[in-house]
Design a protein around this ligand. Structure first.
Ligand code: NDP
Length: 299
């Protein structure tokens, strides 16, 4: 399989720490774990003839060998290859199951999303609108906020780098928050916890603000809101939903085909030697939409 595009994910930073997690750490000298798409160039497998476009856990590599286990055939006619790493890939499915399953999102709910202009967040907000919710995104900078409201149809966007989140959230969600989809953790999580409603659901999808921390960070000081509001906070790992991926892909591709979903990709051109610099773009907030390393140097 010749790789054309590699998914660049915040979780990769955590996989480099030698700690117990939901997957083993990537050891020194091992190929970096990564999802990627590409084209089969040689095959003895009847399900994956030469020329088939595939998605899988192929690592940061120009070519990968596989027995077919965990490999999915993708249809480039439905969407370009990078979209299979974003809206139709793990980020899209994370947004889908995080909201419909963990978050129990219902029409009429007020939904708040952090990291809202990123791969997962931008899809989560659009699903929220498609499901008839009031959607508020939290993101860094005026351009990202304008994209959320003007192009993706969010009801409001809060620039967390400018002014108080507490005050902005009180204005954007005067009736409180029913579902909070958290991608960033830290102070933003703490702020939103202060404004959750009775029986609210907090979906712990990620905590990018903590991934480079060298010591454990303090817990959210407003956690007692969960008790007072009888709310629940639950973690989500997308790999638990492997058996249900087809359900999510069917829903997401249907929305995409009907024009209800905008799948923005941030392509970084280069070779596998550019992996480290490309990963850092996520922590600088340089990406809007799904960050993908496009292998322009692949021989
Ligand atoms: P994004 O595309 O959202 O990229 C990361 C974004 O995070 C940046 O663009 C930046 O946006 C924001 N960010 C970076 N540093 C900070 C900070 N200190 N405080 C606040 N925001 C920050 O990445 P993904 O959509 O791929 O991932 C989003 C989250 O979802 C991550 O936490 C990831 O680990 C998690 N995830 C979890 C999965 C699961 O199974 N639980 C599966 C997939 C992803 P800005 O400019 O707005 O600051």
């Amino acid at each position: 399989m010749r790789t054309s595009h590699i998914s660049i994910d915040p979780a990769m930073r955590r996989w480099l720490n030698d700690v117990r997690s939901y997957v083993p750490p990537v050891g020194i000298g091992e190929v970096m774990r990564a999802h990627a798409v590409g084209e089969v160039t040689a095959s003895r497998h009847p399900d994956f003839p030469v020329g088939t476009h595939v998605f899988g856990d192929f690592g940061v590599a120009e070519y990968a060998e596989s027995d077919g286990e965990g490999v999915t055939v993708i249809d480039p006619a439905l969407a370009p290859a990078p979209v299979w790493l974003g809206a139709l890939g793990l980020p899209g499915m994370t947004a889908y199951f995080g909201l419909t399953d963990v978050g129990g999102l219902r029409p009429g709910d007020t939904l708040v999303i952090s990291g809202a202009a990123g791969a997962v967040g931008s899809i989560a907000g659009q699903i929220g609108k498609l499901m008839g919710c009031r959607v508020i995104g939290i993101a860094g900078g005026p351009d990202k906020c304008a994209w959320l409201t003007d192009e993706l149809g969010f009801d409001a966007a809060i620039d967390y780098k400018r002014g108080s989140i507490d005050a902005a959230l009180r204005t954007a969600a005067p009736d409180g928050v029913d579902v909070y989809f958290d991608n960033v953790g830290g102070d933003i999580l703490d702020s939103v916890l202060g404004q959750i409603n009775v029986f609210a659901r907090v979906v712990l999808c990620g905590a990018i603000s903590q991934y480079n921390a060298e010591s454990p960070s303090p817990g959210p000081s407003r956690y007692l809101s969960l008790l007072v509001r009888r709310a629940k906070m639950q973690g989500l790992i997308i790999f638990d939903y492997t058996d249900r991926y087809p359900e999510a892909v069917a829903a997401l591709s249907n929305w995409l085909r009907r024009g209800g979903l905008i799948a923005r990709t941030h392509l970084a051109d280069g070779g596998i030697e550019d992996f480290g610099d490309t990963l850092n773009l996520l922590f600088d907030g340089a990406n809007t939409g799904k960050l993908v390393l496009q292998l322009t140097h692949n021989p």
